[in-house]
Design a protein around this ligand. Structure first.
Ligand code: ASP
Length: 331
């Protein structure tokens, strides 16, 4: 007689007429494919970031190390004014950073409202690897970083301080009621990066100084798992950039990954996630959102609200900056 439990584990289950494939839990995210390794990241500053990630990937390293090494480049570059050191401060002149990281096993770490630390992504990784938590915030995150060897540094450059003072003069009546008015074309360039290593392991990272001149205390989408970044090692990953509030209200990158899980290509999934914003958020046209996605086959896609979002891609034989298609096409 067939042992029933054994029989069920060896076959597909038929429930109510529907076939349900048995789940495979062992390393199903680890596959090889000729398009691997691959790394993609948001905006033009993704180009040097991808180069740093590539050094890890080309040496056969893990995609988690690659995305961390990659996004540390704009974090440490004072000329990139939307990430890490040199980032645009909040309305009170403080540079406050948000970042997160996620690997193919679904492990995740995040920091929000972190001050004085140049590489928040590395603190996020430490949260993921050394604590039972996912997210540390503000003073607690800073204390954790300092206790674990990170050094306190000045993040506000003299250039950004000068611009902030000018902004303050023009916005003398700035109050907590004002938020949307702060948005301009130059202040939303988070770096989000997704990479698959040669063994098919997918990881992602996202790091930002957030919306320029944001209200003190504001945290955006970038450090929120499922908003600024989501990775499922068996399906794919997605990152977001732009006005984080729209992404948070629609849980954008989780949505993109779920759409891919249900059969959409990365391109279709990004388009559908932008369509969701268009359907749900009446003043979407005043904002920019860019989504970037990569599935476990190495296929990638992107979509944005307004023309102007681009992303950097690197494989063994391709190094490119690609213009994303937009919901609101060029006039
Ligand atoms: N998404 C970021 C935020 O809202 C901004 C950006 O993409 O630069 O904080």
């Amino acid at each position: 007689m067939i042992n029933r439990r054994h029989f069920l584990s060896k076959s597909s289950l038929v429930l109510g007429g529907a076939m349900i494939a048995p789940r495979v839990f062992s390393n199903s995210y680890s596959v090889q494919n000729e398009s691997f390794p691959i790394v993609i990241s948001t905006w033009e500053h993704g180009i040097p970031a991808n180069e740093a990630a590539w050094k890890v990937l080309a040496g056969g390293g893990h995609s988690l190390d690659a995305v961390e090494a990659g996004v540390r480049v704009p974090e440490g570059d004072p000329n990139v004014i939307t990430v890490g050191k040199g980032g645009i401060p909040d309305a009170s002149g403080k540079v406050t950073l948000d970042a997160c990281i996620m690997d193919e096993k679904g492990r995740a770490g995040s920091v929000t409202y972190l001050q004085h630390i140049v590489h928040p992504v590395s603190v996020a990784r430490l949260v993921m690897e050394k604590t039972p938590h996912v997210m540390l915030s503000g003073k607690g995150a800073l204390k954790f970083a300092l206790e674990n060897g990170f050094k306190k540094e000045k993040l506000l450059t003299s250039e950004r301080k000068k611009h902030w003072k000018e902004w303050k003069k023009e916005n003398a009546k700035f109050s907590n009621k004002i938020n949307i008015e702060n948005i301009n074309e130059d202040n939303h360039d988070t770096i989000g990066m997704l990479a698959i290593d040669k063994d098919g392991r997918l990881s992602g990272a996202c790091t930002t100084s957030g919306m320029g001149y944001k209200l003190p205390g504001r945290v955006g989408d970038s450090p929120i798992i499922g908003a600024g970044l989501f990775v499922d090692g068996e399906v794919g990953g997605a990152v977001a950039t732009g006005t984080g509030e729209l992404v948070m209200k629609t849980l954008g990158t989780f949505l993109v990954v779920e759409l891919m899980r249900n059969g959409m290509s990365p391109q279709q999934a990004c388009e559908e996630a932008v369509r969701r914003i268009v359907q749900k958020i009446p003043d979407y046209g005043k904002h920019q959102i860019g989504y970037l996605a990569l599935n476990t086959k190495g296929e990638n896609g992107s979509f944005c609200i307004r023309p102007g979002f681009n992303y950097a891609l690197k494989t063994a034989d391709q190094t490119e900056l690609i213009e994303a298609e937009a919901w609101l096409k060029k006039l």
